[in-house]
Design a protein around this ligand. Structure first.
Ligand code: SF4
Length: 281
């Protein structure tokens, strides 16, 4: 696929997204002023939202992110892989990064205060171990290839809308308009959700750089392998469709169906949701 083909795919996907959102929203969620610092009033769609299990839960925004060894491992691992010297063992790079965490820029090292001020010695050891495991698996998944590891998440605003896409690719082949994006996932290589994840990242990259990557590789640190998804019009169309569906549930919460299950136990709507009862017991 030529660069012109990839640029044409990016334009077509953007037009598809914008057109579908126009049809759904009309003047709702129209961009009229700068995004506030806290993002209030905006709809943020992250890669993690694509496979959500309960639309009703998602329809009411709630920040349930908690910093733990597991949630910080990837961020630390990416910084360590970016900073790693030739031939340096991954664990040594992780130790070096965490020892000099104050020297890192805070956008990349958002975990620094938590790591330095809130953890005891055992907690820090657990974080180092989790980050080393993540980075070792990620490097094995890409067969040790030299890549540009992303230490910041990529945020892309939909034109003229108060809608932000939060992509989550972990690495690229390092050029200004990458041929390949790499996304690490804990899902099994056969999981059908991986295609959606690949398409979403390609869509966001296309909006950002006006040219989609040629392919997205979704890697599994657990199996040290990647699955390649060529970026096609169909892959992008499925991602657009999912984004529009998620936005609709946020814009029209009454249209969002409930899907009760074991996840109800930690849902912020548990006390008000009429369908939670049976699954919580
Ligand atoms: S309590 Fe359960 S069914 Fe109800 S919104 Fe939350 S996750 Fe969905």
């Amino acid at each position: 696929m030529t660069a012109d083909d990839r640029a044409a795919l990016a334009v077509a996907a953007r037009d598809d997204l914008v057109g579908r959102l126009d049809a759904l929203l009309g003047d709702r969620l129209r961009l009229e002023q700068k995004r506030p610092r806290d993002g209030a009033g905006w709809v943020d769609v992250s890669a993690h939202d694509l496979a959500l299990v309960c639309p009703s839960r998602w329809s009411v925004p709630f920040d349930d992110f908690v910093v733990t060894a597991a949630t910080a491992a990837g961020a630390i691992g990416r910084v360590a892989l970016r900073e790693r010297r030739d031939g340096e063992p991954v664990g040594v790079a992780v130790d070096r990064v965490l020892t000099s965490v104050d020297d890192l820029d805070r956008d990349a090292a958002w975990f620094a205060d938590w790591y330095e001020q809130e953890l005891d010695r055992a907690g820090r050891a657990a974080v180092r171990a989790a980050a080393t495991t993540w980075a070792t698996g990620a490097l094995a998944a890409v067969a040790g290839r030299p890549l540009s590891w992303a230490t910041r998440r990529q945020l892309v605003d939909v034109p003229e809308r108060t809608i932000r896409l939060r992509a989550n690719w972990d690495a690229s082949d390092g050029v200004s308009r990458p041929d390949v994006l790499v996304v690490m996932s804990a899902r099994a290589p056969s999981d059908p959700a991986l295609g959606l994840l690949a398409g979403f990242n390609a869509l966001a990259d296309g909006l950002l750089r006006r040219q989609v990557p040629a392919r997205v590789r979704v890697g599994s640190p657990a199996t040290a392998s990647t699955v390649a998804f060529p970026v096609t019009a169909d892959l992008l169309a499925r991602a657009v469709e999912r984004v529009v569906e998620l936005v609709r549930w946020r814009a029209e919460p009454d249209a969002a169906p409930t899907s009760p299950g074991r996840w109800c136990r930690d849902c912020h709507l548990l006390d008000v949701c009429p369908d939670a009862g049976a699954s919580v017991g």
